[in-house]
Design a protein around this ligand. Structure first.
Ligand SMILES: *[C@@H]1O[C@H](CO)[C@@H](O)[C@H](O)[C@H]1NC(C)=O
Ligand SMILES: *[C@@H]1O[C@H](CO)[C@@H](O)[C@H](O)[C@H]1NC(C)=O
Ligand SMILES: *[C@@H]1O[C@H](CO)[C@@H](O)[C@H](O)[C@H]1NC(C)=O
Ligand SMILES: *[C@@H]1O[C@H](CO)[C@@H](O)[C@H](O)[C@H]1NC(C)=O
Length: 429
């Protein structure tokens, strides 16, 4: 256009800015805005709103706000879409006070919020009860999505009672609850330790004709598992199956984790076999729980058996599987197996954790395999991972005896920096 001597107009600039914002190129979009102004084409409310929305979506609220200020200094009047975009940005950044301030500013200048504005704000602003009242006063009827956001938000803030009250009010107003709202509340109740109330809610749901789903059951099972009530958790599984609700892998992982935490490994193993029989595929997480507990019991034979079963089922071990197994083998002084697994995991591109490095190095030192220990120690240092103090001492001493004074001093420095600085009480022995 330029080559042909054509001058872009407001529409051209607007389109360009819109496209750049949509593709996340906010710096370029702003450049176009500057060019637009310098060519004497005046941006309007829509252009600024587009930029504010773009910056907000990128999480750059300071720039979004800068645009908003600029817009006002040009006497361009923001509308409720402008405000909503900005409020959305602040909420996503957890800056609820600012969002709230803007919201009131918006109402003060006579703009009306729409349900999206409210939902956005409620989502971020979890102490939303007064807002909810305000919303009703404005004559807006919150819909079930709003309520779900509100219930979820309140529960996450630990205000489960308020959420509960709200739901009752909502039913009183004739709004039909759906499964998502109920699950949000049930989750809140479980997370805050109100299992009894959660059970009651599930019964109420059934009475109201809302069928609990796999998520409902799994959430409740998780609460029972975490409080060690495995009998109750197991009972729920039966109930679920009786009703023909198909458990998901999450359901099983919740149960498996529960059995393992309660040291009921035999039940865990039974559950695994049962899953396989029913053709429900466990995933690496399922196996990892079981392997970890066998390692804690120092039963590396059983741990290896579970691991073999996993591979046999075609479930690929993940980074946690390797780290768990290697540490187990180190504890049992099976350094050959540990070394082999370490090689395999590195080949797959997985990283060892700090704990795994430390366990391997200590294991090799105990077996007097200094070469392997040294190789791992060097690798650790290269990755700037903090080795245990004990390991630094051993290598510093080793190097001292070999006459490597420079390296000895360097290791002492590193040890001080990495191990002792935080630990002023116990560390300086
Ligand atoms: C926000 O956008 C401006 C460009 O307008 C940029 O200079 C700044 O670094 C951005 N800030 C963040 C936190 O991304
Ligand atoms: C296994 O399932 C759990 C849910 O319990 C999930 O969080 C995890 O990402 C899954 N793991 C893999 C490797 O797919
Ligand atoms: C492994 O660690 C390196 C840094 O030491 C990192 O760049 C890489 O992304 C990590 N790989 C995985 C799979 O986490
Ligand atoms: C020491 O504390 C800092 C920050 O408090 C932390 O980043 C670092 O990981 C800590 N180092 C150790 C060895 O715990």
């Amino acid at each position: 256009m330029r080559q042909k001597g054509l001058k872009p107009n407001a529409f051209t600039f607007n389109s360009l800015i819109f496209l750049l914002c949509k593709t996340g190129k906010l710096v370029d979009a702003e450049k176009v805005l500057r060019e637009m102004i310098s060519q004497g084409v005046f941006p309007d409310n829509v252009v600024y709103t587009t930029l504010i929305d773009g910056f907000s979506k990128m999480g750059n609220v300071s720039s979004a706000h800068r645009m908003y200020d600029e817009m006002q200094s040009q006497n361009i009047i923001p509308d409720f879409i402008t405000y909503t975009a900005l409020i959305c940005g602040f909420c996503q950044n957890g800056k609820v006070a600012e969002a709230d301030k803007l919201f009131h500013e918006m109402l003060n200048i006579g703009l009306k919020a729409d349900e999206f504005t409210y939902t956005t704000l409620i989502d971020g602003y979890c102490k939303a009860f007064s807002l909810h009242t305000e919303m009703i006063q404005m004559g807006l009827i919150p819909n079930v999505v709003t309520y779900t956001a509100l219930v979820d938000g309140l529960c996450k803030q630990g205000e489960v009672d308020t959420a509960n009250e709200l739901l009752h009010e909502m039913c009183g107003k004739g709004l039909v609850l759906n499964i998502y709202t109920c699950n949000a509340l049930l989750n809140g109740l479980c997370k805050s330790g109100n299992i009894m109330q959660a059970v009651k809610l599930m019964k109420d749901m059934e009475v109201a004709g809302i069928k609990p789903d796999a998520f409902t059951y799994t959430t409740l099972m998780d609460a029972y598992s975490k409080s060690g009530q495995m009998v109750m958790a197991h009972q729920l599984l039966h109930e679920m199956l009786q009703k023909g609700i198909k458990p998901t892998v999450v359901t099983f992982n919740v149960l498996m984790n529960g059995f393992c935490m309660s040291r009921m490994l035999e039940d865990g193993q039974k559950l695994l076999n049962w899953m396989l029989e029913k053709g429900i595929m466990p995933n690496a997480t399922t196996y990892n729980s079981l392997i970890k507990q066998q390692c804690i019991r120092n039963d590396m034979r059983a741990a290896t058996e579970v691991y073999r079963g996993m591979c046999h089922q075609g479930v690929a071990p993940d980074v946690n599987t390797y780290n768990i197994l290697i540490r187990g083998h180190c504890k049992a002084r099976n350094m050959k197996e540990a070394w082999f697994l370490r090689k395999e995991m590195v080949e797959k591109g997985y990283n060892l954790t700090v704990e795994t490095y430390n366990a391997l190095i200590k294991g090799f030192i105990k077996r007097k395999k200094y070469m392997e220990a040294r190789e791992l120690f060097e690798e650790m240092r290269k990755k700037e991972l903090p080795a245990d103090k004990e390991i630094y001492c051993i290598f510093a001493e080793m190097n001292y005896e070999e006459g490597n004074i420079d390296l000895t001093l360097m290791l002492c420095d590193e040890a001080v920096e990495k191990c002792l600085t935080n630990n002023s009480k116990g560390g300086r022995s």
